[in-house]
Design a protein around this ligand. Structure first.
Ligand code: NAD
Length: 319
């Protein structure tokens, strides 16, 4: 068994690798070659969440689990709030193959999933990127989105405005003008990424212009919410995994309120393999409900392990 520690990941897996690996896992899911197992997610108290995301990709020969969660007290200790590790197993024998640090991989795969949705669903001429949220994930989201559209500027809102300058620095690095705005000004955005840990909707239907694409990435647990259910119901909704979208994703609220039928939610993989056309017209609001699936974690962890083996890196404990 190879151990690939967190500190090694940045030198092994690029955002481009994550984009390709996550795209392949979306397609494998849509073809029925891969599936996610039910998510286990437990509240540990004091806002801490812990759980397991797992799955099997027969085509990619990947079996495994990501164990981890969200620990809001970490930032004060100089740690990131998300902590996770990915364990890969041989799908034929069940023997352990690798243990891989999952923190950077989670950020890369989440940003990649959002960018794949933007790439496939946003209007091609999108110029203004809006971001709701400015925590650890937000910078990764901004970088990944900037790879798939030629944005001319970035506008952002965060409940805690003191966090926005860090996101502004990422925009500056990308050469993009950055402005902190009230939520009402999100109507200027062609693409909006929401990436907060909010328990109640911040972004309302009145804040979003026709034709916008939304990647809603923050809601990955029952009880979290970023977007007004009426906005979700008015949009064409896409997701990574419908079962997760209706139970732990942003759509849980619109579906629970009877405003949206689960059968109307389209797996993004269907768009990638040409089974669904994606955006229908320039006025439509498209919304990607990114809940984060185990197969995405396995896909990027497998890249890390392959690269580490190629380069003779990692710690082989010989199990
Ligand atoms: P973080 O703790 O670094 O930042 C939290 C963000 O949420 C900050 O912008 C903060 O200002 C904002 N926030 C906190 N309370 C809020 C409230 N009541 N209303 C509005 N905004 C509020 O977290 P992070 O690592 O950036 O993660 C952000 C969210 O994304 C979390 O909910 C996390 O679980 C989720 N996430 C989802 C996936 C996925 O695959 N979908 C993957 C990773 C993280």
């Amino acid at each position: 068994m190879l151990i690939v520690p967190e500190a090694m990941i940045a030198s092994l897996v690029t955002p481009e690798d994550a984009f390709d690996a996550v795209k392949a896992s979306f397609a494998a899911m849509a073809r029925g070659d891969a599936y996610n197992f039910p998510v286990v997610r437990e509240a540990l108290g004091e806002g801490r969440q812990y759980g397991f995301k797992s799955g099997l990709d027969r085509a990619g020969a990947q079996l495994g689990v990501k164990a981890g969660g969200y620990f809001p007290g970490n930032a004060a200790k100089g740690l990131i709030n998300h902590q996770s590790s990915v364990f890969l197993f041989d799908p034929e024998t069940g023997r352990p193959v690798a243990m891989v640090g999952g923190n950077l991989l989670t950020a890369l795969r989440t940003a990649a999933a959002s960018a794949i949705a933007i790439d496939r669903l946003a209007r091609p001429e999108a110029e203004v990127l809006g971001i709701v949220g400015a925590g650890h994930q937000a910078g990764f989201q901004l970088r990944a989105a900037a790879r798939v559209r030629r944005f001319r500027r970035v506008i952002a809102w965060n409940l805690h405005p003191e966090m926005l300058p860090k996101l502004g620095a990422v925009a500056a690095e990308l050469g993009l003008p950055f402005e902190a705005v009230p939520l009402e000004r999100m109507r200027e955005a062609d693409v909006i990424v929401t990436i907060t840990s909010s328990p109640a909707a911040s972004l309302m239907a009145a804040h979003v212009a026709p034709g916008t694409h939304l990647s809603c990435m923050g809601t990955d647990t029952r009880g979290k919410q970023e977007v007004e259910p009426a906005l979700v119901a008015s949009a064409s909704v896409f997701t990574d995994e419908v079962a997760q979208s209706v139970s732990i994703g942003e759509a849980q609220h619109a579906v629970g309120a009877g405003l949206l039928d689960a059968s109307a939610i389209v797996p993004l993989g269907d768009v990638l393999i040409g089974r669904h056309p994606g955006r229908g017209n320039a006025e439509e609001i498209t919304l990607y409900d990114g809940t984060g699936v185990g197969l995405q974690d396995l896909a990027v962890a497998a890249v890390a392990v392959a690269r580490a083996r190629e380069r003779g890196l990692g710690i082989d404990v010989g199990v």
